[in-house]
Design a protein. Structure first.
Length: 566
Protein backbone atom coordinates (compact mmCIF):
# COMPACT_ATOMS: atom_id res chain seq x y z
CA UNK A 1 0.00 0.00 0.00
CA UNK A 2 1.58 3.26 -1.19
CA UNK A 3 1.06 6.59 0.56
CA UNK A 4 -0.37 8.12 -2.61
CA UNK A 5 -1.08 7.02 -6.19
CA UNK A 6 -1.69 9.41 -9.08
CA UNK A 7 -3.92 7.59 -11.59
CA UNK A 8 -4.63 7.90 -15.32
CA UNK A 9 -2.41 10.87 -16.11
CA UNK A 10 -0.30 11.68 -19.15
CA UNK A 11 3.15 11.23 -17.63
CA UNK A 12 5.76 13.70 -18.90
CA UNK A 13 8.77 12.41 -17.02
CA UNK A 14 11.14 15.36 -17.51
CA UNK A 15 13.69 13.49 -19.62
CA UNK A 16 12.28 14.61 -22.97
CA UNK A 17 11.02 11.10 -23.73
CA UNK A 18 7.52 10.79 -25.25
CA UNK A 19 4.70 11.22 -22.75
CA UNK A 20 2.75 8.09 -21.83
CA UNK A 21 -0.44 7.22 -19.99
CA UNK A 22 0.06 5.70 -16.58
CA UNK A 23 0.14 5.97 -12.81
CA UNK A 24 2.70 7.26 -10.29
CA UNK A 25 3.07 5.66 -6.87
CA UNK A 26 4.64 7.59 -3.98
CA UNK A 27 5.72 6.59 -0.46
CA UNK A 28 8.03 8.23 2.08
CA UNK A 29 8.53 11.25 -0.18
CA UNK A 30 9.92 9.19 -3.06
CA UNK A 31 8.60 7.79 -6.31
CA UNK A 32 8.16 4.05 -5.89
CA UNK A 33 6.67 2.97 -9.24
CA UNK A 34 5.46 4.33 -12.59
CA UNK A 35 3.31 2.94 -15.38
CA UNK A 36 0.56 0.33 -15.09
CA UNK A 37 -0.28 -1.89 -12.14
CA UNK A 38 1.59 0.19 -9.58
CA UNK A 39 -0.64 -1.04 -6.75
CA UNK A 40 -3.09 0.73 -4.43
CA UNK A 41 -2.58 3.89 -2.43
CA UNK A 42 -3.86 5.13 0.91
CA UNK A 43 -4.87 8.20 -1.07
CA UNK A 44 -5.50 8.20 -4.80
CA UNK A 45 -5.67 11.16 -7.19
CA UNK A 46 -7.46 10.97 -10.54
CA UNK A 47 -5.25 12.71 -13.12
CA UNK A 48 -7.43 12.06 -16.18
CA UNK A 49 -7.02 14.94 -18.63
CA UNK A 50 -3.89 16.15 -16.85
CA UNK A 51 -0.16 16.22 -17.42
CA UNK A 52 1.80 14.61 -14.59
CA UNK A 53 5.24 16.19 -14.47
CA UNK A 54 8.17 16.65 -12.12
CA UNK A 55 7.94 19.80 -10.02
CA UNK A 56 9.49 22.80 -11.72
CA UNK A 57 12.87 24.25 -10.70
CA UNK A 58 13.21 28.04 -10.91
CA UNK A 59 16.93 28.78 -11.20
CA UNK A 60 16.69 32.55 -10.80
CA UNK A 61 14.81 33.96 -7.82
CA UNK A 62 15.45 36.67 -5.25
CA UNK A 63 13.42 35.09 -2.46
CA UNK A 64 16.38 35.25 -0.04
CA UNK A 65 14.70 37.84 2.19
CA UNK A 66 11.08 36.87 1.64
CA UNK A 67 11.60 33.29 2.86
CA UNK A 68 12.40 34.79 6.27
CA UNK A 69 8.83 36.00 6.73
CA UNK A 70 6.98 33.98 4.08
CA UNK A 71 8.51 30.52 3.75
CA UNK A 72 5.62 29.35 1.55
CA UNK A 73 7.60 30.19 -1.60
CA UNK A 74 4.90 32.37 -3.11
CA UNK A 75 4.42 33.47 -5.83
CA UNK A 76 6.54 30.75 -7.47
CA UNK A 77 4.75 27.92 -5.66
CA UNK A 78 1.52 28.85 -7.44
CA UNK A 79 3.09 28.13 -10.83
CA UNK A 80 4.17 24.54 -10.20
CA UNK A 81 7.60 25.48 -8.84
CA UNK A 82 8.80 23.09 -6.15
CA UNK A 83 12.47 24.19 -5.95
CA UNK A 84 13.81 27.77 -5.93
CA UNK A 85 17.40 28.93 -6.28
CA UNK A 86 18.58 31.93 -4.20
CA UNK A 87 21.49 34.39 -4.23
CA UNK A 88 21.51 35.26 -7.93
CA UNK A 89 23.60 38.07 -9.42
CA UNK A 90 25.60 38.33 -6.21
CA UNK A 91 22.74 39.79 -4.15
CA UNK A 92 21.49 38.34 -0.90
CA UNK A 93 21.50 38.61 2.86
CA UNK A 94 24.28 36.17 3.82
CA UNK A 95 27.03 36.19 4.77
CA UNK A 96 26.53 39.35 6.81
CA UNK A 97 28.90 41.08 9.23
CA UNK A 98 27.66 42.51 12.52
CA UNK A 99 25.63 45.66 11.79
CA UNK A 100 25.93 44.99 8.03
CA UNK A 101 22.33 44.03 7.44
CA UNK A 102 21.13 47.55 6.82
CA UNK A 103 23.50 48.02 3.89
CA UNK A 104 22.51 44.70 2.31
CA UNK A 105 18.79 45.42 2.63
CA UNK A 106 19.06 48.94 1.27
CA UNK A 107 21.08 47.65 -1.69
CA UNK A 108 18.35 45.07 -2.36
CA UNK A 109 15.80 47.89 -2.40
CA UNK A 110 17.72 49.75 -5.11
CA UNK A 111 18.81 46.83 -7.28
CA UNK A 112 15.92 44.41 -6.85
CA UNK A 113 13.09 46.79 -5.85
CA UNK A 114 12.33 44.97 -2.59
CA UNK A 115 11.04 47.62 -0.15
CA UNK A 116 13.46 48.32 2.69
CA UNK A 117 10.52 49.18 4.97
CA UNK A 118 9.36 45.56 4.57
CA UNK A 119 12.69 43.75 4.69
CA UNK A 120 13.68 45.73 7.80
CA UNK A 121 10.61 44.32 9.53
CA UNK A 122 10.88 40.81 8.11
CA UNK A 123 14.61 39.96 8.25
CA UNK A 124 16.14 39.54 11.71
CA UNK A 125 19.70 38.55 10.67
CA UNK A 126 20.08 35.64 13.05
CA UNK A 127 23.23 34.64 11.14
CA UNK A 128 26.68 35.84 10.20
CA UNK A 129 27.98 33.19 7.78
CA UNK A 130 26.24 31.67 4.78
CA UNK A 131 26.35 28.38 6.71
CA UNK A 132 24.35 30.00 9.53
CA UNK A 133 21.80 31.37 7.05
CA UNK A 134 21.36 27.93 5.50
CA UNK A 135 20.73 26.46 8.95
CA UNK A 136 18.22 29.24 9.66
CA UNK A 137 16.25 28.49 6.48
CA UNK A 138 16.39 24.76 7.19
CA UNK A 139 14.52 25.43 10.44
CA UNK A 140 11.73 27.31 8.65
CA UNK A 141 8.51 25.58 7.52
CA UNK A 142 9.40 25.80 3.82
CA UNK A 143 6.66 25.35 1.25
CA UNK A 144 9.25 24.73 -1.48
CA UNK A 145 12.73 23.27 -1.64
CA UNK A 146 15.50 25.85 -1.72
CA UNK A 147 19.15 25.93 -2.70
CA UNK A 148 21.48 28.90 -2.82
CA UNK A 149 24.47 30.52 -4.43
CA UNK A 150 26.90 32.49 -2.29
CA UNK A 151 26.23 36.11 -3.34
CA UNK A 152 29.42 38.01 -4.14
CA UNK A 153 28.36 41.48 -2.96
CA UNK A 154 27.28 40.11 0.43
CA UNK A 155 30.43 37.97 0.63
CA UNK A 156 32.66 40.95 -0.15
CA UNK A 157 30.91 43.16 2.40
CA UNK A 158 31.20 40.47 5.07
CA UNK A 159 34.93 40.01 4.52
CA UNK A 160 36.05 43.56 3.66
CA UNK A 161 33.48 45.69 5.45
CA UNK A 162 32.87 49.16 4.04
CA UNK A 163 36.05 48.89 1.96
CA UNK A 164 34.12 46.47 -0.27
CA UNK A 165 32.22 49.44 -1.66
CA UNK A 166 35.23 51.12 -3.23
CA UNK A 167 38.48 49.15 -3.00
CA UNK A 168 40.22 46.41 -4.93
CA UNK A 169 40.84 43.35 -2.79
CA UNK A 170 44.33 42.82 -1.40
CA UNK A 171 45.99 39.40 -1.41
CA UNK A 172 44.83 38.94 2.19
CA UNK A 173 41.30 39.98 1.24
CA UNK A 174 41.25 37.43 -1.60
CA UNK A 175 42.35 34.69 0.76
CA UNK A 176 39.57 35.65 3.17
CA UNK A 177 36.96 35.73 0.40
CA UNK A 178 37.97 32.31 -0.90
CA UNK A 179 38.01 30.83 2.61
CA UNK A 180 34.50 32.14 3.35
CA UNK A 181 33.25 30.87 -0.02
CA UNK A 182 34.73 27.43 0.53
CA UNK A 183 33.11 27.20 3.95
CA UNK A 184 29.73 27.98 2.33
CA UNK A 185 30.29 25.41 -0.42
CA UNK A 186 31.16 22.84 2.23
CA UNK A 187 27.92 23.78 4.00
CA UNK A 188 25.85 23.04 0.89
CA UNK A 189 25.93 26.17 -1.28
CA UNK A 190 25.52 25.16 -4.92
CA UNK A 191 28.00 27.74 -6.20
CA UNK A 192 29.00 31.39 -6.43
CA UNK A 193 27.11 34.30 -8.04
CA UNK A 194 28.27 37.78 -9.02
CA UNK A 195 27.46 40.83 -11.14
CA UNK A 196 29.27 43.22 -13.45
CA UNK A 197 25.95 44.74 -14.57
CA UNK A 198 26.28 48.51 -15.12
CA UNK A 199 22.78 49.13 -13.75
CA UNK A 200 23.60 47.48 -10.42
CA UNK A 201 24.24 50.27 -7.91
CA UNK A 202 23.70 50.49 -4.17
CA UNK A 203 21.67 52.99 -2.16
CA UNK A 204 24.53 55.49 -2.36
CA UNK A 205 24.40 55.37 -6.15
CA UNK A 206 27.78 53.60 -6.23
CA UNK A 207 28.58 50.29 -7.93
CA UNK A 208 27.56 47.31 -5.82
CA UNK A 209 30.56 45.65 -4.12
CA UNK A 210 30.94 42.86 -6.70
CA UNK A 211 31.58 45.43 -9.42
CA UNK A 212 34.70 46.59 -7.57
CA UNK A 213 36.30 43.16 -7.89
CA UNK A 214 39.24 42.86 -10.26
CA UNK A 215 40.05 39.87 -12.46
CA UNK A 216 42.37 38.36 -9.83
CA UNK A 217 39.57 38.28 -7.28
CA UNK A 218 36.95 36.90 -9.62
CA UNK A 219 39.19 34.19 -11.00
CA UNK A 220 40.19 33.13 -7.48
CA UNK A 221 36.53 32.78 -6.47
CA UNK A 222 35.63 30.87 -9.64
CA UNK A 223 38.62 28.65 -8.93
CA UNK A 224 37.03 27.56 -5.65
CA UNK A 225 33.98 26.24 -7.56
CA UNK A 226 35.49 23.06 -9.05
CA UNK A 227 32.68 20.73 -10.08
CA UNK A 228 30.05 23.34 -9.23
CA UNK A 229 28.22 26.17 -10.90
CA UNK A 230 28.91 29.89 -10.89
CA UNK A 231 26.71 32.68 -12.27
CA UNK A 232 27.45 36.18 -13.53
CA UNK A 233 25.29 39.11 -14.62
CA UNK A 234 27.34 40.42 -17.52
CA UNK A 235 28.63 43.95 -18.09
CA UNK A 236 27.75 44.09 -21.80
CA UNK A 237 24.13 42.99 -21.43
CA UNK A 238 22.68 46.17 -22.93
CA UNK A 239 25.26 46.62 -25.70
CA UNK A 240 23.41 45.01 -28.65
CA UNK A 241 26.96 44.09 -29.70
CA UNK A 242 27.70 40.40 -30.16
CA UNK A 243 31.47 40.91 -30.31
CA UNK A 244 31.58 42.89 -27.06
CA UNK A 245 29.39 40.31 -25.32
CA UNK A 246 31.40 37.35 -26.59
CA UNK A 247 34.74 39.00 -25.77
CA UNK A 248 33.55 39.41 -22.17
CA UNK A 249 32.16 35.89 -21.93
CA UNK A 250 35.34 34.32 -23.36
CA UNK A 251 37.25 35.54 -20.31
CA UNK A 252 34.76 33.83 -18.01
CA UNK A 253 34.81 30.65 -20.09
CA UNK A 254 38.60 30.48 -19.69
CA UNK A 255 38.27 30.80 -15.89
CA UNK A 256 35.55 28.14 -15.90
CA UNK A 257 37.67 25.72 -17.90
CA UNK A 258 40.67 26.19 -15.61
CA UNK A 259 38.52 25.66 -12.52
CA UNK A 260 36.75 22.59 -13.94
CA UNK A 261 33.48 24.35 -13.05
CA UNK A 262 30.20 25.14 -14.82
CA UNK A 263 28.92 28.61 -15.68
CA UNK A 264 25.60 30.31 -16.29
CA UNK A 265 25.36 33.96 -17.29
CA UNK A 266 22.52 36.44 -17.42
CA UNK A 267 20.61 37.83 -19.15
CA UNK A 268 20.32 36.38 -22.67
CA UNK A 269 17.53 37.96 -24.73
CA UNK A 270 16.31 37.63 -28.32
CA UNK A 271 15.31 40.85 -30.05
CA UNK A 272 13.59 41.13 -33.45
CA UNK A 273 15.70 42.56 -36.25
CA UNK A 274 18.98 41.55 -34.58
CA UNK A 275 21.40 38.68 -35.14
CA UNK A 276 23.16 39.10 -31.79
CA UNK A 277 21.23 36.25 -30.18
CA UNK A 278 21.92 33.92 -33.11
CA UNK A 279 25.66 34.64 -33.00
CA UNK A 280 25.81 34.11 -29.24
CA UNK A 281 23.74 30.92 -29.41
CA UNK A 282 26.06 29.46 -32.07
CA UNK A 283 29.10 30.43 -29.98
CA UNK A 284 27.58 28.73 -26.94
CA UNK A 285 27.01 25.53 -28.90
CA UNK A 286 30.67 25.45 -29.87
CA UNK A 287 31.71 26.17 -26.28
CA UNK A 288 29.73 23.26 -24.88
CA UNK A 289 31.03 20.97 -27.62
CA UNK A 290 34.57 21.84 -26.46
CA UNK A 291 33.82 20.34 -23.05
CA UNK A 292 32.98 23.44 -20.97
CA UNK A 293 29.43 23.57 -19.59
CA UNK A 294 28.10 27.08 -20.13
CA UNK A 295 24.37 27.88 -20.02
CA UNK A 296 23.15 31.43 -20.70
CA UNK A 297 19.86 32.09 -18.92
CA UNK A 298 16.82 32.75 -21.09
CA UNK A 299 13.11 33.12 -20.46
CA UNK A 300 9.92 32.20 -22.29
CA UNK A 301 8.18 35.51 -21.61
CA UNK A 302 8.84 39.07 -22.76
CA UNK A 303 10.68 40.95 -20.02
CA UNK A 304 8.33 43.67 -18.88
CA UNK A 305 8.21 46.74 -16.69
CA UNK A 306 5.15 48.26 -15.16
CA UNK A 307 4.13 51.88 -15.56
CA UNK A 308 2.41 53.23 -12.50
CA UNK A 309 1.32 56.78 -11.87
CA UNK A 310 0.60 57.08 -8.16
CA UNK A 311 4.25 56.41 -7.28
CA UNK A 312 7.59 56.71 -9.05
CA UNK A 313 8.08 54.53 -12.14
CA UNK A 314 9.80 54.76 -15.54
CA UNK A 315 6.77 56.69 -16.87
CA UNK A 316 8.79 59.91 -16.88
CA UNK A 317 11.69 58.22 -18.72
CA UNK A 318 9.69 57.19 -21.80
CA UNK A 319 11.52 58.34 -24.91
CA UNK A 320 10.19 61.74 -25.98
CA UNK A 321 8.02 62.17 -22.88
CA UNK A 322 10.75 63.03 -20.38
CA UNK A 323 10.72 66.81 -20.90
CA UNK A 324 6.96 67.30 -20.76
CA UNK A 325 6.62 64.98 -17.74
CA UNK A 326 9.57 66.38 -15.79
CA UNK A 327 8.71 66.63 -12.10
CA UNK A 328 5.53 64.54 -12.51
CA UNK A 329 6.20 62.46 -9.42
CA UNK A 330 6.74 65.55 -7.30
CA UNK A 331 3.24 66.80 -8.23
CA UNK A 332 0.22 66.33 -6.02
CA UNK A 333 -2.40 63.83 -7.27
CA UNK A 334 -4.59 66.65 -8.54
CA UNK A 335 -1.66 68.32 -10.30
CA UNK A 336 -0.77 65.01 -11.97
CA UNK A 337 -4.29 64.57 -13.32
CA UNK A 338 -4.41 68.17 -14.49
CA UNK A 339 -1.16 67.71 -16.37
CA UNK A 340 -2.46 64.58 -18.11
CA UNK A 341 -5.60 66.43 -19.19
CA UNK A 342 -3.57 69.28 -20.72
CA UNK A 343 -3.96 69.16 -24.55
CA UNK A 344 -0.44 70.53 -25.01
CA UNK A 345 1.06 67.75 -22.89
CA UNK A 346 -0.87 65.11 -24.79
CA UNK A 347 0.19 66.56 -28.13
CA UNK A 348 3.85 66.18 -27.19
CA UNK A 349 3.24 62.61 -26.00
CA UNK A 350 1.41 61.71 -29.22
CA UNK A 351 4.16 63.04 -31.47
CA UNK A 352 7.11 61.69 -29.55
CA UNK A 353 9.64 59.79 -31.63
CA UNK A 354 12.46 57.60 -30.47
CA UNK A 355 14.84 54.83 -31.38
CA UNK A 356 12.73 51.70 -32.06
CA UNK A 357 15.47 49.61 -30.41
CA UNK A 358 15.34 51.64 -27.21
CA UNK A 359 13.28 49.67 -24.67
CA UNK A 360 11.40 52.75 -23.42
CA UNK A 361 10.22 53.98 -26.81
CA UNK A 362 6.39 53.96 -26.97
CA UNK A 363 4.99 50.84 -28.65
CA UNK A 364 1.24 50.95 -28.19
CA UNK A 365 0.70 47.67 -30.03
CA UNK A 366 2.56 45.96 -27.15
CA UNK A 367 1.65 48.17 -24.20
CA UNK A 368 -1.35 46.73 -22.38
CA UNK A 369 -3.49 47.39 -19.33
CA UNK A 370 -2.54 45.33 -16.31
CA UNK A 371 -5.02 47.06 -14.03
CA UNK A 372 -7.76 49.60 -14.76
CA UNK A 373 -9.91 49.71 -11.61
CA UNK A 374 -12.79 51.60 -13.26
CA UNK A 375 -12.67 49.48 -16.44
CA UNK A 376 -11.58 45.99 -15.38
CA UNK A 377 -12.50 44.66 -18.81
CA UNK A 378 -9.45 46.52 -20.16
CA UNK A 379 -7.17 44.01 -18.42
CA UNK A 380 -4.75 42.43 -20.90
CA UNK A 381 -5.85 44.62 -23.84
CA UNK A 382 -3.41 46.84 -25.70
CA UNK A 383 -3.65 50.60 -25.93
CA UNK A 384 -3.59 50.41 -29.74
CA UNK A 385 -6.47 47.93 -29.84
CA UNK A 386 -8.64 50.07 -27.59
CA UNK A 387 -7.72 53.24 -29.49
CA UNK A 388 -8.88 51.69 -32.78
CA UNK A 389 -12.19 50.68 -31.20
CA UNK A 390 -12.73 54.16 -29.78
CA UNK A 391 -11.50 56.10 -32.81
CA UNK A 392 -8.86 57.98 -30.83
CA UNK A 393 -5.12 57.97 -30.14
CA UNK A 394 -3.52 55.48 -27.68
CA UNK A 395 -2.12 58.38 -25.65
CA UNK A 396 -5.67 59.65 -25.09
CA UNK A 397 -6.83 56.17 -24.05
CA UNK A 398 -3.95 56.04 -21.58
CA UNK A 399 -4.31 59.50 -20.09
CA UNK A 400 -8.11 59.35 -19.87
CA UNK A 401 -7.95 56.06 -18.00
CA UNK A 402 -5.25 57.23 -15.59
CA UNK A 403 -7.43 60.19 -14.64
CA UNK A 404 -10.58 58.04 -14.40
CA UNK A 405 -8.75 55.53 -12.18
CA UNK A 406 -7.47 58.29 -9.90
CA UNK A 407 -3.86 57.33 -10.82
CA UNK A 408 -4.29 53.64 -9.88
CA UNK A 409 -3.85 52.38 -13.47
CA UNK A 410 -1.06 49.90 -14.19
CA UNK A 411 0.39 49.46 -17.70
CA UNK A 412 2.49 46.48 -18.81
CA UNK A 413 5.44 47.51 -21.00
CA UNK A 414 7.46 44.72 -22.71
CA UNK A 415 11.05 45.92 -23.09
CA UNK A 416 13.30 42.90 -23.83
CA UNK A 417 13.11 39.40 -25.29
CA UNK A 418 10.55 40.35 -27.92
CA UNK A 419 11.54 37.91 -30.72
CA UNK A 420 9.15 34.95 -30.65
CA UNK A 421 11.37 33.12 -33.14
CA UNK A 422 14.33 33.58 -30.82
CA UNK A 423 12.42 32.39 -27.76
CA UNK A 424 11.43 29.16 -29.50
CA UNK A 425 15.02 28.53 -30.62
CA UNK A 426 16.27 29.22 -27.09
CA UNK A 427 13.82 26.69 -25.66
CA UNK A 428 14.81 24.04 -28.18
CA UNK A 429 18.52 24.46 -27.43
CA UNK A 430 19.81 22.27 -24.59
CA UNK A 431 22.71 24.68 -24.04
CA UNK A 432 20.49 27.35 -22.47
CA UNK A 433 18.95 27.53 -18.99
CA UNK A 434 15.32 28.61 -18.66
CA UNK A 435 14.92 31.08 -15.80
CA UNK A 436 15.08 34.86 -15.21
CA UNK A 437 11.84 34.67 -13.20
CA UNK A 438 13.06 37.11 -10.50
CA UNK A 439 10.47 35.95 -7.96
CA UNK A 440 10.68 38.05 -4.81
CA UNK A 441 12.17 41.05 -6.63
CA UNK A 442 10.76 44.02 -8.55
CA UNK A 443 7.64 43.58 -6.49
CA UNK A 444 5.69 46.40 -8.14
CA UNK A 445 7.07 46.23 -11.67
CA UNK A 446 7.42 42.67 -13.04
CA UNK A 447 5.73 39.27 -12.82
CA UNK A 448 8.21 37.26 -14.87
CA UNK A 449 8.01 34.41 -12.34
CA UNK A 450 4.85 33.42 -14.24
CA UNK A 451 6.89 31.86 -17.03
CA UNK A 452 6.04 28.17 -16.28
CA UNK A 453 2.32 28.82 -16.70
CA UNK A 454 2.87 31.09 -19.71
CA UNK A 455 5.03 28.45 -21.41
CA UNK A 456 2.47 25.69 -20.91
CA UNK A 457 -0.56 27.80 -21.77
CA UNK A 458 0.72 29.87 -24.66
CA UNK A 459 3.66 28.16 -26.36
CA UNK A 460 2.59 24.54 -25.73
CA UNK A 461 -1.22 24.44 -25.68
CA UNK A 462 -2.29 27.45 -27.75
CA UNK A 463 0.50 27.83 -30.31
CA UNK A 464 1.97 24.34 -30.38
CA UNK A 465 5.37 26.01 -30.84
CA UNK A 466 7.04 23.77 -28.24
CA UNK A 467 6.25 20.16 -27.38
CA UNK A 468 5.11 19.38 -23.86
CA UNK A 469 8.10 17.05 -23.48
CA UNK A 470 10.55 19.83 -24.37
CA UNK A 471 8.81 22.41 -22.18
CA UNK A 472 8.81 20.16 -19.12
CA UNK A 473 12.42 19.06 -19.64
CA UNK A 474 13.51 22.72 -19.72
CA UNK A 475 11.90 23.31 -16.31
CA UNK A 476 12.91 20.06 -14.61
CA UNK A 477 15.77 17.71 -15.52
CA UNK A 478 17.94 20.33 -17.26
CA UNK A 479 18.07 22.83 -14.36
CA UNK A 480 18.42 19.90 -11.94
CA UNK A 481 21.43 18.61 -13.86
CA UNK A 482 23.28 21.91 -14.19
CA UNK A 483 22.74 22.77 -10.49
CA UNK A 484 23.78 19.31 -9.31
CA UNK A 485 20.37 18.47 -7.82
CA UNK A 486 20.54 14.88 -8.98
CA UNK A 487 17.55 13.49 -7.05
CA UNK A 488 15.10 16.00 -8.56
CA UNK A 489 13.72 16.88 -11.97
CA UNK A 490 12.64 13.44 -13.22
CA UNK A 491 9.76 11.10 -12.60
CA UNK A 492 11.69 7.91 -12.00
CA UNK A 493 11.85 5.31 -9.28
CA UNK A 494 13.93 6.58 -6.36
CA UNK A 495 13.60 10.28 -7.21
CA UNK A 496 12.16 12.70 -4.67
CA UNK A 497 8.43 13.10 -5.24
CA UNK A 498 8.20 16.71 -6.40
CA UNK A 499 5.24 16.35 -8.76
CA UNK A 500 2.72 18.53 -10.61
CA UNK A 501 -0.70 17.39 -11.83
CA UNK A 502 -1.74 20.03 -14.37
CA UNK A 503 -5.12 20.25 -16.10
CA UNK A 504 -4.25 20.40 -19.80
CA UNK A 505 -7.28 22.48 -20.74
CA UNK A 506 -7.49 24.69 -17.65
CA UNK A 507 -3.86 25.86 -17.49
CA UNK A 508 -3.84 29.66 -17.70
CA UNK A 509 -2.57 32.86 -16.14
CA UNK A 510 -4.80 34.87 -13.88
CA UNK A 511 -5.00 38.67 -13.88
CA UNK A 512 -2.35 40.79 -12.21
CA UNK A 513 -3.49 41.88 -8.75
CA UNK A 514 -2.06 44.20 -6.15
CA UNK A 515 -1.73 42.54 -2.74
CA UNK A 516 -0.70 44.53 0.34
CA UNK A 517 0.83 41.52 2.07
CA UNK A 518 4.50 42.42 2.51
CA UNK A 519 5.62 43.26 6.07
CA UNK A 520 4.16 46.60 7.08
CA UNK A 521 1.43 46.31 4.43
CA UNK A 522 3.58 47.27 1.44
CA UNK A 523 2.14 46.25 -1.95
CA UNK A 524 3.35 43.72 -4.47
CA UNK A 525 2.04 42.47 -7.80
CA UNK A 526 0.68 38.94 -7.78
CA UNK A 527 -0.21 36.96 -10.89
CA UNK A 528 -1.51 33.51 -10.11
CA UNK A 529 -1.51 30.34 -12.16
CA UNK A 530 -4.65 28.26 -12.76
CA UNK A 531 -4.98 24.62 -13.69
CA UNK A 532 -2.69 23.21 -10.99
CA UNK A 533 -4.86 20.40 -9.64
CA UNK A 534 -2.10 19.18 -7.36
CA UNK A 535 1.49 20.14 -6.57
CA UNK A 536 3.50 17.82 -4.35
CA UNK A 537 6.72 18.73 -2.57
CA UNK A 538 8.59 15.65 -1.34
CA UNK A 539 5.38 13.67 -1.67
CA UNK A 540 3.22 16.10 0.31
CA UNK A 541 0.39 18.01 -1.46
CA UNK A 542 1.13 21.72 -1.06
CA UNK A 543 -1.26 23.00 -3.78
CA UNK A 544 -4.71 21.59 -4.53
CA UNK A 545 -7.00 23.15 -7.14
CA UNK A 546 -4.71 26.19 -7.31
CA UNK A 547 -4.94 26.84 -3.57
CA UNK A 548 -2.20 26.31 -0.96
CA UNK A 549 -2.95 23.46 1.42
CA UNK A 550 -0.82 24.95 4.19
CA UNK A 551 1.46 21.91 4.20
CA UNK A 552 5.17 22.71 4.37
CA UNK A 553 7.43 19.88 3.21
CA UNK A 554 10.28 21.84 1.63
CA UNK A 555 13.94 21.07 2.26
CA UNK A 556 17.21 22.95 1.99
CA UNK A 557 19.14 21.28 -0.82
CA UNK A 558 22.80 21.09 -1.74
CA UNK A 559 24.54 20.20 -4.97
CA UNK A 560 25.29 16.81 -3.44
CA UNK A 561 21.54 16.24 -3.04
CA UNK A 562 21.85 15.67 0.70
CA UNK A 563 18.82 17.64 1.97
CA UNK A 564 18.32 19.05 5.44
CA UNK A 565 14.70 18.87 6.53
CA UNK A 566 12.81 22.15 6.80
Amino acid sequence: MHDLVIRNGLIVDGTGAPAFEGDVAISDGQIQALGANVGPGTREIDAAGAWVTPGFIDPHTHLDAQLCWDPSGSPSAGHGVTTVILGLCGFGIAPCPPDGGDYLLRALEVVEEIPYASTKLGVDFEWKSWRDYRDFLARQPLGVNAAGFVPHSALRYAVMGDRARSEVATEADRAGLVAELRDALDAGAIGFATSRGPNHVDNYGDPVPSRNADALELEALVGACAGKLWQINVETKFSHDAKALLDEIEVYIDWTRRADAKMTWTPFYAEPGETVWQDVLAHNTRTNASGVRVAPQITAVPITLLLRFDERSVFTAISGWDAVLKGFFQDSPEEKKKRLMDPAVREVMRNAEGDPKHPLTPNFERWSFTLAPERPEYGGRTLAELAREQGTHPVDVLCDQIVTDDLQTLIDVPIFNLSEEGVVQFLEDDGTLLGLGDAGAHVMSVTNYRYPTFLLEDLVRKQGAISIETAVRRMTSLPAEIHGLTDRGRLEVGARADVCVIDREAIRLGPVEVHHDLPGGAPRLVQKGHGYRHVLVNGVPTIEDDQPTGARAGEMLSAQASPTKG
